[in-house]
Design a protein around this ligand. Structure first.
Ligand SMILES: [Ca+2]
Ligand SMILES: [Ca+2]
Ligand SMILES: [Ca+2]
Ligand SMILES: [Ca+2]
Length: 370
């Protein structure tokens, strides 16, 4: 079995930076509406037209994936092409809304692998887990274009598998880690995997049943460098895809015991459809003259140690070296600095070393700071 992964950014390009926790202040929020949704389940007879999509597992089955029913979502990120060219991405959150009524119990934390094998589950319920996606069966990547006739692009209505009657490890598009490895059977493979986010809500207590129209938010962990690379590549291409999964149990003919979520039903919907919210910090072009250069660096240093303002590029309530790193990442002046003596916190930035050419941006990039 082979698969292709839809990422290509050198990890080295990201190592000097990191993402900070979600915050407010000078941040700019960009919400995106759903552009692709697919209930990725072997017996979905109306792909691309579903009003809802459910997630559940099939542990112990030799025929079906452990993460049997998945919900795939995609978004057009092109509206952020300009923003992501000068600002650090500081948070990324997927929101989905339950269409199911009191069919499952809220568990806000990852359950250890052993709890799916031999150990008892320490807390009630199972978490909702979010991953990236990858494709196989000859597909090169997904597409938002539902009218595409390109056989190399997986769209909402593309076949679940190109192997008739084979359901395990054969789905054409699947939940994957940031390197493109299929995580759909991690339990039977004995692999502990870390989801990119777990669904959380403030309106239901852990251990309580979840009513219809409950919003779940997935705050994607951008501190993970591989995940950040996946997101960065998606911004470059202009499309991002994610997979929602869980190990809730399901029994044929029995009452629902798993979550389902509103989808767009091919253009109509019965409730709030999935949305994705990008949060960017302030522009590195602090003086708004169209260039990120020494003048902006000077303004940043003038704000050194401050706890707010546009120079706090990662919106962590402190102007420090992390913000300098972000500014360098978007440097467009000439020459670009490649080394700098960053002052200690609280110390006025009396001087810095500039040498050579480098650090010039040639593409959008996710910024990372500590
Ligand atoms: Ca848990
Ligand atoms: Ca649990
Ligand atoms: Ca400037
Ligand atoms: Ca900062």
């Amino acid at each position: 079995m082979s698969y292709s992964v839809w990422t290509s950014i050198p990890l080295s390009a990201l190592l000097a930076f990191c993402i900070v926790p979600p915050s407010v202040g000078n941040a700019e929020l960009v919400p995106l509406e759903i552009g692709f949704d697919r209930w990725m389940y072997p017996f979905n007879g109306t792909p691309g037209l579903r009003a809802t999509g459910s997630v559940f597992g099939a542990l112990g089955s030799a025929d079906f994936d452990n993460r049997d029913a998945q919900v795939l979502v995609g978004f057009d990120t092109s509206p952020m092409a300009t923003l992501s060219g000068s600002r650090a991405l500081i948070s990324l959150t997927l929101t989905v809304t339950t269409a199911s009524s009191n069919t499952f119990v809220y568990d806000p934390t990852v359950d250890p692998l052993e709890s799916y094998l031999s150990d008892p589950d320490a807390d009630d319920g199972r978490p909702l887990e979010l991953f990236g996606v990858a494709v196989r069966n000859g597909f090169l990547r997904p597409t938002l274009d539902t009218n595409s006739t390109d056989p190399l692009l997986f769209k909402e209505t593309s076949p679940f598998s190109t192997s008739p009657g084979v359901f395990r490890s054969s789905r054409s598009m699947f939940a994957a880690d940031a390197l493109g490895a299929d995580v759909s059977n991690n339990v039977s493979n004995g692999q502990s995997v870390v989801p990119w986010a777990v669904g959380r809500t403030d309106t239901v207590a852990p251990g309580a049943t979840v009513p219809r129209n409950t919003e779940f938010r997935f705050s994607i962990d951008l501190n993970d460098l591989e995940t950040a690379r996946y997101v960065d590549d998606a911004l470059s291409v202009g499309e991002i895809y994610l997979s929602l999964t869980s190990f809730h149990s399901a029994s044929q003919g029995g009452p629902p015991s798993f979550p389902s979520f509103y989808l767009d039903a091919g253009g109509t919907s019965l409730g709030p459809t999935p949305r994705l919210e990008f949060e960017f910090g302030p522009s590195s072009d602090l003086n708004e003259d169209g260039s990120v250069d020494g003048a902006d660096l000077g303004l940043l240093f003038a704000s050194w140690g401050g706890t707010s303002g546009p120079a706090d590029l990662n919106v962590d309530q402190l102007v420090d070296g992390a913000d300098v790193a972000i500014l360098f990442n978007y440097w467009s002046g000439d020459p670009a600095p490649i080394s700098i003596a960053v002052p200690e916190l609280g110390t006025p930035p009396l001087g810095f070393a500039v040498s050579g050419l480098g650090c010039r941006r040639s593409r959008r990039r996710v910024n990372l700071s500590r």
